[in-house]
Write a protein that binds this ligand. Structure first.
Ligand code: GRF
Length: 205
């Protein structure tokens, strides 16, 4: 594994970062041929930044500016530059609570992915597992997709189902979905890693 070409990734998150942890652990154990170059949060006290320090990954707080659901234009330009400077080839959103726009989407075309806790296109938006419960669904799950300018939208890369049990609470269902998220996200990232290695071999990099 140490000789293997590793995909340089950047992770963006606003919250607790359980997906980020799952990815970092799989890298450390040698299950993912990736290299975390940079972890960025728009929330100064986000646990995801402590996690970056724990795993020895470069990290930064990016003040988001005055909007609630997106970054100010100059901040987003700065974000793209930071990721480029770090040599990042795949940007992974792990609970990043802002919609990305042109500066990031142009800098990383089809190179930004997100995970969402529902079987999209069903239940985009916040607390998707609660939406599924309230709607009386018997099955929900999670989705990994490319990021575009719309919330929880963009080409779907992979999905995994999670059954809703008769006595599920929103907490129990969310916990099972998160376990599934960690597996699915790593599987998708592993595919990107394989393609990166193949491509590097073809160009003799
Ligand atoms: C996950 O449920 C993900 O699907 C959604 O945000 C949540 C982030 O959780 N986009 P965590 O911070 O990775 O635990």
């Amino acid at each position: 594994m140490s000789q293997m070409k590793r995909l340089p990734i950047g992770i963006l998150g606003s919250g607790k970062g359980s997906n980020c942890r799952a990815i970092l652990e799989r890298i450390r154990s040698g299950d993912l041929a990736a290299e975390a170059r940079l972890i960025i949060s728009d929330v100064l006290e986000a646990p995801i930044l402590d996690m970056a320090r724990e795993f020895g990954v470069a990290n930064a707080y990016l003040p988001p500016g005055r909007f609630r659901t997106r970054l100010e234009l100059q901040r987003e330009v700065q974000l793209a530059q930071m990721l480029r400077d770090a040599g990042v080839k795949l940007v992974i959103l792990a609970g990043f609570m802002r919609v990305l726009h042109e500066p990031m989407l142009t800098a990383f075309p089809r190179r930004i992915i997100n995970i969402h806790p529902s079987l999209l296109p069903k239940f985009p938006g916040l607390e998707a597992w609660k939406q599924a419960l309230v709607a009386g669904e018997t099955v929900t799950g999670c989705t990994v997709h490319y990021v575009d300018e719309r919330i929880d939208h963009g080409q779907i890369l992979a999905q995994k189902e999670v059954k809703i049990l008769p006595n599920d609470t929103s907490e129990s269902l969310h916990a099972r979905i998160q376990v599934t998220e960690h597996e699915l996200y790593s599987a998708v990232i592993a595919e990107f890693c394989e393609k990166y290695v193949e491509l590097s071999q073809q160009v003799g990099d």
